[in-house]
Design a binder for this molecule. Structure first.
Ligand SMILES: [Zn+2]
Length: 683
């Protein structure tokens, strides 16, 4: 008769991985499960609420430490650990054996039990199987462990056999000491690294009326392969109808391998211990915040994680906290690690129950616990490696052609301004087409017109914004209207309010590392913009950065006169090219004369603009593109604008095109079709 009412729910095909559930005195436990280590009745740097919300079902506490402090009498006074630490779910206590034999200090071992000196007050403590059980009863653990003798995995066969036999005798005494207590008790299989001893121990312990079985004496210096072989050997000899617990193991990958070999329960200090060093376990392997490359990295430490840390803080911030040894960093990283471990166990369980374990196991083996190779290591980096790494940041990398740098998105493969000279393209396509200089000089403008507002959507490596600034400052061949040739330039009469929108500043940070290849950045403005979010030329230019998604930030800027619309294309920056986005923009621009310039001339982008209410004109060609696109608000279109609006020939081609539908048009909603074909510009 078991105290845990263990119920096996599923065993994976082609594997020993299993899903089960059992009931303790305080909670039902679903397996496989991980038990965070609360050595001193607390998981280091973690709050009770965070542990509960991570889904922790069982907490492990150390009898050895709790026996010394606070002492059994405190648990007796409080009626046990649950009330003492206000923990509502299950607690498992180890027996103290592991600490006695692994911590430094003198100890003596007899048949009766072990004696050791208290590290608190140097008194001699006697720990027998009976005293261990008595202490665990007082602590009030849902699951108690027998006292065992742990030996290093490398000891001689004779020593290992004697320790195993002593452990077996102590197991009988522990069961007797437990008596009729409702608390569950697990036996422990020993035998060091000897297969014959492990099998013998498993057979003996499995014959005893324990509520569950543990594999002890591992994670003490053996190789991962030895540990996995030993685990598989032992689980083969344990009864199927009781929980199996691999003590002190391990990394996320160790857990996956052990579940594959039939283990249900784990404990380990790694999630919190490594968090203290700045190491996180994530869905893409380890992240080591000691790596300098993380200093500027935006985004969560694990994009696939929904824990508080990942929802709230950037990697750069966690890097900083770790570097200054701020306790909060340890706490936040530990919270993520525990959340990640618990989430991983739940996923394993789901895949076992769903019959998809083999695929999951194969897909995770090489990913879980992969060593971090992001950025440069703190030491042992060759000059060539450092040079290579300096060419990458976040999702971007620099490529150089003919002495000119280009920023490439590593994920989509797309290159910003892929033409041979990005600065020239920025000047022709945006600055000149927009007649920026003439408008600032006030040709045809009201004398008291306010600042000209220019939106730079998709700051990127700042090619367009800097083209505007250089043009205004008369740098690199000032832009002059042909009529002005030879005549002295008229002074700038309007201020320029330049607003750049960008959600990922890594491209600019990266390009700024290489002024050699990004000549347009040899100017104080971009660094000032990154440092302070704004830059003022002192001579008629205010530049502001709105960091975040354009969809959210566009309402934080003054309404534009001119828009440089230059994000990555649809395949990378999908949201920016949709019908909904152009409708929102058109609504913003409805009462103003606004011109929008973009490199795209795709049929669906133009259809989206027309459907949103813009008038759409052909823009100049650039590089391989025969033309580009200019969108005008109705008020801008009503003025003499000199743009070449798309005519009925375009409409006819659109009517035959496979790309009629604007991006992101809601299925079933066809208002856009009527809006395009009946657009006033075609009448
Ligand atoms: Zn997280």
């Amino acid at each position: 008769m078991t105290r845990l009412e263990f119920e096996l729910e599923a065993t994976a095909e082609g594997s020993r991985a299993r899903a089960a559930r059992f009931r303790t005195l305080h909670t039902e436990v679903l397996t496989p499960t991980f038990m965070p280590v609360g050595t001193h009745a607390a998981v280091r740097a973690q709050s009770r609420e965070d542990l509960l919300s991570s889904g922790v079902q069982v907490l492990l506490a150390n009898t050895y430490h709790l026996l010394l402090r606070p002492g059994v009498e405190i648990f007796e006074k409080f009626g046990g650990i649950h009330r003492f630490m206000n923990w509502p779910r299950a607690v498992l206590t180890d027996s103290g054996g592991f600490q006695i034999f692994s911590l430094p200090g003198s100890r003596t071992l007899r048949e009766e039990g072990a004696e050791f000196k208290s590290y608190v007050d140097q008194t001699t403590i006697h720990l027998s199987p009976e005293r261990s059980i008595e202490t665990q009863k007082a602590i009030g653990a849902d699951i108690m462990m027998v006292l065992d003798q742990c030996v290093p995995s490398t000891v001689a066969h004779k020593v290992a056999r004697e320790a195993m036999e002593l452990t077996h005798r102590w197991a009988h005494r522990s069961l007797a000491a437990r008596g009729d207590s409702p608390q569950a008790l697990f036996g422990i299989v020993q035998g060091a690294s000897y297969d014959d001893l492990r099998v013998a121990s498993a057979r003996v312990i499995a014959q005893m009326p324990f509520d569950g079985f543990a594999i002890g004496g591992l994670a003490v210096g053996e190789s991962a392969a030895q540990r996995e072989d030993c685990t598989a050997l032992v689980t083969e000899h344990l009864p199927g109808g009781r929980p199996r617990y691999l003590m002190g193991v391990g990394t996320t990958r160790d857990l996956l391998e052990a579940v594959h070999r039939g283990v249900d329960m784990f404990d380990c200090i790694l999630p919190t211990a490594l968090a203290k060093q700045g190491v996180a376990f994530t869905s893409v392997g380890r992240r080591d915040l000691r790596r300098a490359a993380y200093r500027v990295m935006d985004g969560p430490i694990d994009p696939a994680c929904d824990c508080y840390t990942c929802r709230t803080f950037s990697i750069a911030y966690l890097f900083h906290l770790n570097r200054v040894r701020e306790t909060l960093g340890w706490q936040l990283l530990g919270m993520h690690n525990i959340h990640f471990y618990m989430q991983l166990m739940r996923r394993m369980r789901e895949h076992i129950l769903a019959g998809t374990w083999p695929e999951f196991y194969r897909s995770q083996r090489d990913v879980l616990d992969a060593r971090d190779c992001y950025g440069r290591a703190p030491t042992h980096v060759t000059k060539a490696q450092r040079a290579k790494l300096s060419m990458q940041l976040g999702r971007y990398e620099v490529t150089v052609r003919d002495g000119t740098g280009h920023v490439r998105d590593k994920i989509s493969g797309e290159v910003m301004h892929p033409v041979s000279d990005p600065s020239q393209e920025a000047r022709l396509l945006y600055v000149e087409q927009a007649r920026l200089i003439e408008r600032l000089r006030g040709a045809g403008e009201e004398p008291d017109a306010g600042p000209l507002v220019l939106w730079d959507v998709g700051l990127g490596a700042a090619a367009n914004a800097m083209a505007a600034i250089h043009a205004i400052e008369g740098d690199a061949g000032a832009v002059r209207a042909p009529a002005d040739a030879g005549a002295p330039p008229r002074p700038q009469r309007r201020r320029l309010s330049l607003v750049s929108f960008e959600n990922d500043l890594d491209a600019l940070h990266l390009a700024l590392r290489h002024p050699r290849w990004f000549k347009h950045l040899r100017h104080a403005a971009p660094r000032q913009l990154l440092a302070h979010g704004c830059w003022n030329s002192g001579a008629g230019i205010d530049w502001r950065l709105l960091h975040g998604d354009f969809a959210d930030r566009k309402s934080d800027a003054p309404l534009p006169d001119i828009i440089f619309f230059d994000p990555f294309s649809f395949k990378t920056d999908r949201e920016l090219w949709t019908l909904a986005m152009f409708r929102a923009l058109a609504a913003l621009c409805a009462d103003k004369e606004v011109e929008l310039f973009t490199y795209s001339y795709s049929t669906s982008v133009r259809a989206a603009m027309l459907a949103a209410g813009f008038f759409v004109a052909k823009g100049m060609g650039t590089g391989p593109k025969a033309e580009t696109t200019i969108a005008l608000s109705p008020r801008a279109a009503a003025l003499p604008h000199g743009r070449e609006l798309l005519g009925r020939d375009w409409l006819a081609r659109w009517g035959r095109s496979d790309a009629q539908t604007p991006f992101g048009a809601p299925p079933g909603e066809e208002r856009w079709r009527e809006a395009v074909s009946a657009h006033p510009q075609f009448q």
